[in-house]
Write a protein that binds this ligand. Structure first.
Ligand code: FES
Length: 387
């Protein structure tokens, strides 16, 4: 899921009648559950997960999916947690199809069977994105904390193509698996994927706890960039590859989410409307729920969505920066995680007073321990990590 969020591509349409400078996103991320059988150390879900009994019901999701279509949204990404953990997923996809939405399934794939995938396809599923933790089982299963997971993913990827569904491979990359990138690229080609997302870990929420175990070295980042450039040229017309330099080694911040509350929103399992998947890591913000308001009302009026919209909220050096409408000051979640102030310039920016400090920290942490703190309720060492 993380890479979808790292590199949003949604275009926007004007919000009819509202006269606002922001638009309606063409796509929305629906996190229908936080339940997940994997235990990834870079999990992008909030540190406090929504419990199963707090999740929106089938009828509530169907209502909100209809509201998305009424607003003009075109695509829905069913995500989590692991969205296939919800038994009503086919019913939700069928409803999305009926109201005219293009539906994408963002999945770890370890719970899928061929019959279940065929059921989702029959319901109108348009696209499948499967996450991989490496190019081979030993490392991939250790990272995901799920024995046998890599083999299941390969199987599900083959079923996806057999059923005629387009496939994207999402490879979340960090110091402990970057050396496998050439094999991951070949794996994506062999699986007949049309797109590979080389997704660098983003360090907020749970991933922040594992930063020292995940941070790549500067040499790895340079090498990765070369590998991607060579593969893009060689595989032109065969495999599209998405990749951006990881924040801690960048000079300019990314235009996170296309700007806060401007091109994207996601809905949490319990119905909160968020400007990004990590926004709940910013303490003190209150997010409105679709249980209390319509989606259209929240998109226009939510104080949390309006807080960092546009450029008026910006402090210096963003306020007088010529690039302020290009990057919108970078990522608010990262600014909060690294400075304690969500209004600060993202330290990924070379004009941030914190920039040098985070670059030095990255170099130091890249020499840290490889031990993970897994995303499970014990924070312990799962079977798959023991060797
Ligand atoms: Fe960048 Fe939240 S993840 S603004």
């Amino acid at each position: 899921m993380s890479d979808l969020l790292e590199q949003p591509k949604a275009e926007t349409k004007p919000l009819s009648g509202a006269g606002k400078s922001y638009g309606i996103p063409m796509s929305v991320l629906a996190e229908i559950t936080h339940r997940c059988p994997l235990q990834c150390p870079y999990c992008s879900n909030p540190v406090e997960l929504d419990r199963a009994n707090a999740e929106l019901t089938t009828d509530e999701w169907k209502r909100v999916i209809s509201e998305m279509a009424d607003m003009g949204v075109l695509q829905i990404h069913f995500s989590g947690g692991e969205p296939t953990a919800r038994r009503d997923l086919a019913e939700l996809i069928r409803h999305a199809t009926e109201v005219g939405l293009y539906s994408n399934l963002i999945t770890s794939a370890v719970l899928l069977t061929r019959d279940r995938l065929a059921e989702l396809s029959d319901a109108g599923l348009s696209h499948v994105q499967i996450s991989f933790q490496g190019s081979e089982a030993q490392l991939a299963d250790r990272v995901g904390g799920y024995r046998g997971g890599h083999g299941k993913k390969l199987e599900a990827a083959r079923w996806t193509r057999e059923l005629g569904l387009p496939l994207t491979i999402n490879a979340v990359m960090h110091r402990q698996n970057l050396h496998q990138l050439p094999e991951i690229i070949e794996m994506a080609v062999a699986l007949d994927a049309e797109r590979l997302e080389v997704a660098n870990v983003q360090y907020y929420g749970w991933a922040l706890k594992n930063r020292a175990a995940l941070m790549p070295t500067e040499e790895q980042v340079d090498w990765t960039t070369q590998i991607v450039e060579e593969a893009r040229e060689r595989l032109h017309g065969i495999l599209a590859i998405d990749y951006v330099i990881p924040d801690y080694y960048a000079l300019q911040p990314k235009k996170c989410m296309g700007g806060w509350g401007q091109q994207f929103f996601n809905i949490s399992p319990s119905g909160k409307v968020l400007p990004c998947h990590a926004a709940e890591s910013i303490t003190g913000l209150q997010f409105d729920s679709i249980r209390d308001h319509s989606l259209a009302w929240i998109w226009e009026n939510s104080p949390a969505l309006n807080l960092y919209r546009g450029t008026d909220w910006m402090p210096e050096p963003c306020r007088s920066c010529a690039l302020k409408e290009e990057d919108f000051g970078g990522c608010r979640c990262q600014a909060f995680a690294l400075t304690g102030n969500a209004s600060a310039t993202d330290p990924a920016c070379s004009f941030s007073p914190f920039h040098e400090k985070i670059f030095r920290a990255a170099k130091t942490e890249a020499e840290g321990s490889d031990q993970f703190i897994y995303r499970n309720f014990k924070g312990g060492t799962p079977e798959a990590n023991r060797s």
